[in-house]
Design a protein around this ligand. Structure first.
Ligand code: SF4
Length: 387
C-alpha cells in the first residue's frame, strides 16, 4: 500500500488548499503526505478565470493539479440517468460527489465533455456531506436508497489520500436499508478492509477485455489487479459488483470478452456477485476532437462506426449492440452453476435493446427488478430541492 500511495502522491505537480479548508481532516492529511514545496494555500479558486473549452493539454494537466476546497452546493442528488427515463432504462440511484476529475486516463471518459476546470477537485467538507445524508436518512432510512460516489470522480483511486471510505462505511452501517456503492477502476481497497460494515456496501469495478485496458484505460489497475481487489473485498463481507462497460468493438472482441468472463467467473460464483451491468461504448459527439488529440490512433474507440442516438450520444448501431450483448450474455449464461446464474442488466439502454437481449423488460425480471422499482413519492421539501 505504501508504494501505491507514494506513486499516487508523486503524480500530482501541485496541491492548492483553500484557506476555508485549512483545518479540515483532508487538508491536514494532504499536509502530511505531500512535500511542502508542492502545497500552496489560497483564497482563490485555482483556475477560476479559465474560460472556454479546455485543450487536450490543459485537460491532461488538470489531472495533476489538485484543489482541496469546500463544496458550496448540495452534495446529494439523483443519478442523471433518472432524468432520461422515458428513453433509457436506468436504475434508481443517487449520487454523492465528493470531488471531480480523475487521475486515470480512459480514452472514452465522459468527463472530457463534461468538465471545464483546470484542476482536479477534492471537497474538504465531508462533514456537510454526511450531515445531508443523515438528514435524508432520518426521513427516509427505511427506503432502499442506493448512493454512489463515482459519478464525476473514481470512488477509490484517491481514497488512500482522502480516506473518505472510512467515514462513509461506518455511516452507512447506521442505515442498513441504504446501500453505499463505490465504483472504481483502481485496486485501492486495503485502506478500508478493516472497517465494520452492515453488509450494505457494494464495491464495484468497471472491467474490460485486457486488450481494451491496455489500449484505452491508461493508468488504471490491470484486470487481474481489479479482480484480486474485488476478491479481497468479498472475503471481508463487502458486496461486489462488476460493470462490463463500455464493451468496445475491436478485431478480437469475442476472444477478449470471453477471457474476461472466464477470469471473473473463475474467481466468483454467481452468489458472490451482486450484479453485473453491461453497456456498450457511448460518448458525447463534442468529445471526439479531445479523444483524437489525446489518444490518436492507438485507441480502439474509433474502430467501428458510431451513430447519433438516444441522449444525444454516439453509439454503435442497434444490430452491433445486440450482437455484443447477445454474445456476452451467452457467455455468462454458459457459466451457470448448479442452476444459479449470474444476475445481469443493461446500463443506460433503450427498452428495445433490453427486450431483444432478455425477451423482457427490467420490471419483468424477478432477480433484478428491485434495482429499477421507482421509489415511493418522497414527501419532504428537502427532497424536491435536491433530487
Ligand atoms: S476511470 Fe472513469 S473517471 Fe477515470 S478516466 Fe477512466 S472513465 Fe474517466
Amino acid at each position: 500500500m505504501e508504494k501505491a500511495l507514494n506513486t499516487l502522491v508523486s503524480s500530482f505537480e501541485r496541491v492548492w488548499i483553500d484557506e476555508r479548508s485549512r483545518d479540515s481532516r483532508l487538508a491536514q492529511r494532504a499536509l502530511q503526505l505531500f512535500p511542502a514545496d508542492k502545497i500552496e494555500f489560497t483564497n482563490e479558486i485555482p483556475g477560476a478565470s479559465h474560460r472556454g473549452e479546455m485543450s487536450a493539454e490543459q485537460f491532461n494537466r488538470s489531472k495533476k493539479q489538485l484543489s482541496i476546497r469546500p463544496f458550496d452546493g448540495y452534495f446529494f442528488k439523483r443519478c442523471p440517468g433518472a432524468s432520461q427515463k422515458k428513453v433509457l432504462n436506468c436504475c434508481n440511484s443517487h449520487v454523492l460527489n465528493l470531488g471531480q476529475q480523475c487521475n486515470m486516463n480512459c480514452s472514452y471518459c465522459y468527463l472530457q465533455s463534461y468538465l471545464n476546470s483546470p484542476t482536479m477537485v477534492m471537497y474538504s467538507n465531508i462533514d456537510q456531506a454526511l450531515a445531508e445524508l443523515r438528514e435524508m436518512a432520518t426521513l427516509h432510512g427505511e427506503l432502499p436508497f442506493r448512493v454512489g460516489t463515482g459519478e464525476v470522480i473514481d470512488s477509490l483511486s484517491l481514497d488512500e489520500i482522502t480516506l473518505y471510505s472510512r467515514e462513509l462505511i461506518p455511516f452507512f452501517a447506521e442505515f442498513p436499508k441504504w446501500t453505499l456503492e463505490f465504483k472504481t477502476k483502481s485496486a485501492q481497497v486495503d485502506q478500508f478492509l478493516d472497517c465494520e460494515h452492515a453488509g450494505n456496501v457494494i464495491v464495484s469495478w468497471s472491467i474490460n477485455a485486457p486488450q481494451i485496458i491496455e489500449s484505452d484505460e491508461h493508468g488504471t489497475a490491470r484486470l487481474h489487479e481489479r479482480l484480486a481487489a474485488a476478491r479481497k473485498c468479498r472475503d471481508k463481507g463487502f458486496q461486489v459488483a462488476f460493470h462490463i462497460d463500455p464493451i468496445i468493438w475491436f478485431p478480437e472482441w469475442k476472444e477478449g470478452y470471453s477471457f474476461l468472463i472466464e477470469q471473473m467467473t473463475k474467481l466468483f460464483s454467481p452468489e458472490e456477485i451482486n450484479v453485473i451491468s453491461l453497456g456498450t461504448l457511448r460518448f458525447q459527439p463534442e468529445q471526439r476532437h479531445m479523444m483524437r488529440e489525446r489518444f490518436g490512433m492507438k485507441s480502439y474507440v474509433t474502430s467501428a462506426e458510431m451513430f447519433p442516438s438516444e441522449g444525444n450520444k454516439l453509439r454503435y448501431d442497434a444490430s452491433l449492440r445486440k450482437e455484443m450483448f447477445d454474445f456476452v450474455l451467452a457467455q455468462l449464461r454458459a457459466k451457470t452453476v448448479n442452476g444459479k446464474s449470474y444476475r445481469s442488466f443493461l446500463c443506460m439502454e433503450t427498452p428495445e435493446t433490453w427486450i431483444s437481449a432478455y425477451d423482457k423488460n427490467p420490471m419483468q425480471q424477478s432477480e433484478i427488478k428491485d434495482l429499477f422499482r421507482p421509489l415511493p413519492k418522497l414527501s419532504s421539501e428537502l427532497v424536491s430541492s435536491r433530487l
